[in-house]
Design a protein around this ligand. Structure first.
Ligand code: ATP
Length: 237
């Protein structure tokens, strides 16, 4: 069943230039889906449109509900979390507080965050060790883990990740992808934008190619890895 259905979504930034033109993307429950494309193709904007961070037209359905035009906190409450490019770690907050602020989608509904913290610390033990340290003082890889951990604290059904491997050492890239697989196996669907297309395609089942603001191709990740024109354009030959 489709968890996310993006249909004919066009979007423009406040300067008026349309950067997405009728984008169509589906993510089924339990799936990992990759968006690949050149710099400036519109991958980040697609994630931002889903999350309500840029205004768009068309239709976005999540778990059967129309979400296009809703406010971002409402979308988060329905079960979508975003890990933005650059991680967005809150500078003045400790690791613990960075995780705690993400509980707002369900805060006040009588739920406890102990279970969520256990889940995050289970995945990323380093965050438990560093829980009192300021978030921004962590290494790049640890900050990425914190950003992913923060997204999990919001109890998502779907996680949107923008370039999770950016700036990470190769051994950490694999670790981050292994954790994402682990999170996915716990029942969270994933929509991923990644420059490291080889790695993303290894871990995903379906992929979309975005060119100049629109989806130009859609195929299984395995097929895309074999596609000569795609390899030449996006996978370094
Ligand atoms: P990259 O890999 O470089 O991040 P991308 O595929 O994620 O590329 P987007 O960031 O979605 O691409 O950008 C799509 C287009 O929208 C680009 O032409 C970009 O210049 C433009 N754009 C992005 N952010 C804004 C903004 N805040 N205001 C105006 N235009 C923007």
């Amino acid at each position: 069943m489709s968890l996310l259905e993006v249909r004919d979504v066009s979007a423009a930034y406040p300067d008026g230039v349309e950067v997405l033109h009728k984008v169509n993307i589906s993510v089924r429950e339990g799936e990992i889906v990759t968006l690949i494309g050149a710099n400036g193709a519109g991958k980040t904007t697609t994630l931002r449109a889903i999350m309500g961070l840029v205004r768009g037209s068309g239709s976005v359905k999540f778990a059967g509900q129309d979400i296009l035009g809703r406010e971002t906190p409402d979308i988060a409450r329905l079960g979508i979390s975003m890990v933005p490019e650059g991680r967005g770690v809150f500078p003045g907050l400790s690791v613990y507080d960075n995780l705690r602020v993400a509980t707002t989608p369900w805060f006040g509904r009588g739920k406890s965050m102990a279970e969520d913290l256990d889940r995050v610390f289970g995945l990323f033990p380093i965050l438990a060790e560093r829980r009192k340290q300021l978030g921004w003082s962590l290494s790049g890889g640890q900050q990425q883990m914190l950003a992913i951990g923060r997204a999990i604290m919001a109890r998502p059904k779907l996680m949107l990740l923008d370039e999770p491997s950016l700036g990470l050492a190769p051994n950490l890239v694999e670790e981050v992808f292994d954790k994402l697989k682990n999170i996915n196996e716990q029942g969270v669907s994933i929509l991923l934008v990644e420059q490291n297309a080889f790695m993303a395609l290894e871990y995903s089942s379906l992929a979309y190619v975005i060119e100049r603001g629109t989806v130009s191709q859609q195929m299984t990740s395995a097929a895309l890895l074999q596609d000569e024109s795609i390899k030449a354009a996006y996978l370094g030959g």
